[in-house]
Every structure is written in structure tokens, then in C-alpha cells.
Design a protein around this ligand. Structure first.
Ligand SMILES: Nc1ncnc2c1ncn2[C@@H]1O[C@H](COP(=O)(O)OP(=O)(O)OP(=O)(O)O)[C@@H](O)[C@H]1O
Ligand SMILES: [Mg+2]
Length: 249
């Protein structure tokens, strides 16, 4: 069973081809990373998959009930409290107010916020706490699929790791499928069941690597060794390294 399948997706902006022949599938409880250099079309794939934009070619099959999205920036409503932000998807779904509070608090606690944080405004939170609020908002209506578009790129290494652990634990607990976009090989290794690598200029998926064990069960040593092996010896990752080095000094 798959929750999301992209068949031969192609896209162009203003006549410039961005994506060609993109095929991918994600199953329940599976975290699939999509790795590619900046500008290779990763966000465009997520937007097409989630139905935010229409593809020019190919077909998207969504077999999930409800999806959520987490972006690089938290995208919180600055005029609303953290609690109101987290509860926004419940309001959209028409959940009665009396049922919202408990679910908001539960999602916030799972994301590592405290009940008293719910009364604050986003401006009063640190960057990491804002991203926690964005994750709580994604989890609050129990989606069976989540799109993550470089959600932790702006966070420092230690915080990034804690947030990755949160995604790993939530996905394992709730069995949501996830498409996790990143340009960070280490992040892809830590978080995913499979890593898909975008070809140069978005011309399809160049290949995939399946991890031997479950996310969260890999030691740091093993993850670092795997990263080094990918970069040193695996041709699939050669262009990521080169282009990333230039594009992101
Ligand atoms: N709305 C748009 N209109 C025109 N061009 C666009 C639009 N969105 C993206 N592009 C172009 O499509 C290409 C792919 O963009 P996309 O944002 O999907 O890349 P990305 O892999 O997510 O990059 P990054 O890692 O920097 O986020 C880029 O060349 C970008 O300039
Ligand atoms: Mg992007």
C-alpha cells in the first residue's frame, strides 16, 4: 500500500523545464527523504505532491486522508497566540472549541512546548520553539501524511537533532508517511527509511538508497560512517556534494 505516488511528473515555470520524469512512492510509517542541491526542484515536487500547484505532466495519486506541511520557516500567524496557531487546522476542520484545547495541549507537549507557551505570541518564542509550534500544528489533527520542506535548516546542530528525533518518534508512533526534503545528507541518513536523490537539473530521481535499519536505531558512529561512504564512494551522491559545496559555502 502507498499513501503517495508520483507518476512521471514533469513541470516547467514560464517555459523553463524544472522537473522531468519524477517517480516516487511513500508508504505508511515510512519517512522518505528527497535529497538534492539548491534549486533542483525539491520544493516544487512537494508543492505538486500536496496539490498546491498543478503539474504540467504526469499523475499524482494521494491515498492518504489528511496531510500537513512543515516548511523551513515556521509560518505562524504573528497576531495569534501559539495555542491559536497550533489549533488552526482544527478550526478549519470545524472541530468544536471545547474539543480543541485538549488536543492543542497534547500536540504542544509532544512537540516539546510547555502548556504556558500556548498563551504566548510567536514573537516571544525562540526560533527553535517556533519550529516546535509549527510541528505541533502539523501533528494536531493526526495527519496520515506530512510534507517536510527543509524544516530544520535554520536550526543549530543540537536542536536540529532533537527535532529530527521528534519526527522519527512521531512517525513511528502514529505511522504517518512523510516526504522529508533536505539538502543535508546527514539529516537524510538519520531520519529516513529511504533516501531518494534528485538528478542534476531535476531530471528524475537519480537513484535511491534504503537504510538497513529503522530511523532512530542508528548510532551516531554508523550514521557518520555512512555519510562518509556516500560522499567518498557512492556516485549517486557525487553531484550533491559538488553543487552543495558551491551553492552553500
Ligand atoms: N513560482 C515560481 N515561478 C518561477 N520559477 C520558480 C517558481 N518556484 C520555483 N521556481 C524555480 O524552479 C527551480 C526549482 O525551485 P525549487 O524551489 O523547487 O528548488 P529547491 O530544490 O526547493 O531549492 P532550495 O533547496 O533552494 O529550496 C528554481 O530554479 C526556481 O527558481
Ligand atoms: Mg526548496
Amino acid at each position: 500500500m502507498t499513501l503517495l505516488t508520483l507518476h512521471d511528473i514533469g513541470h516547467a515555470f514560464f517555459g523553463r523545464t524544472i522537473l522531468e520524469g519524477i517517480d516516487l512512492a511513500v508508504g505508511p510509517g515510512e519517512i522518505v527523504s528527497l535529497l538534492g542541491p539548491s534549486g533542483s526542484g525539491k520544493s516544487t515536487i512537494a508543492h505538486i505532491a500536496a496539490g498546491l500547484i498543478d503539474q504540467k505532466e504526469g499523475r499524482v495519486a494521494r491515498c492518504y486522508q489528511r496531510h500537513a506541511m512543515v516548511f523551513q520557516e515556521p509560518r505562524l500567524m504573528y497576531w495569534a497566540t501559539v495555542g491559536e496557531n497550533i489549533g488552526f487546522p482544527l478550526r478549519l476542520m470545524g472541530t468544536p472549541r471545547r474539543h480543541r484545547a485538549q488536543r492543542i495541549e497534547a500536540a504542544a507537549i509532544r512537540a516539546g512546548l510547555l502548556p504556558e507557551d500556548l498563551e504566548k505570541f510567536p514573537v516571544e518564542l525562540s526560533g527553535g520553539m517556533r519550529q516546535r509550534a509549527a510541528i505541533a500544528r502539523a501533528l494536531v489533527n493526526e495527519p496520515d501524511f506530512i510534507y517536510f520542506d527543509e524544516p530544520f535548516s535554520a536550526l543549530d546542530v543540537a536542536l536540529k537533532r532533537r527535532m529530527q528525533d521528534l519526527v522519527i518518534a512521531s512517525s513511528a508512533g502514529e505511522r504517518f508517511g512523510a516526504l522529508f526534503i533536505t539538502h543535508d545528507i546527514m539529516e537524510a541518513i538519520r531520519i529516513s527509511h529511504r533516501i531518494l536523490v534528485l538528478a542534476h537539473d531535476g531530471q528524475g530521481i537519480a537513484g535511491e538508497r534504503r537504510m538497513a535499519d529503522e530511523p532512530g536505531k542508528r548510532s551516531e558512529e554508523k550514521s557518520f560512517a555512512l555519510r562518509q561512504a556516500f560522499l567518498d564512494r557512492d556516485p549517486l551522491f557525487a553531484h550533491i556534494h559538488e553543487i552543495d559545496e558551491r551553492a552553500r559555502p
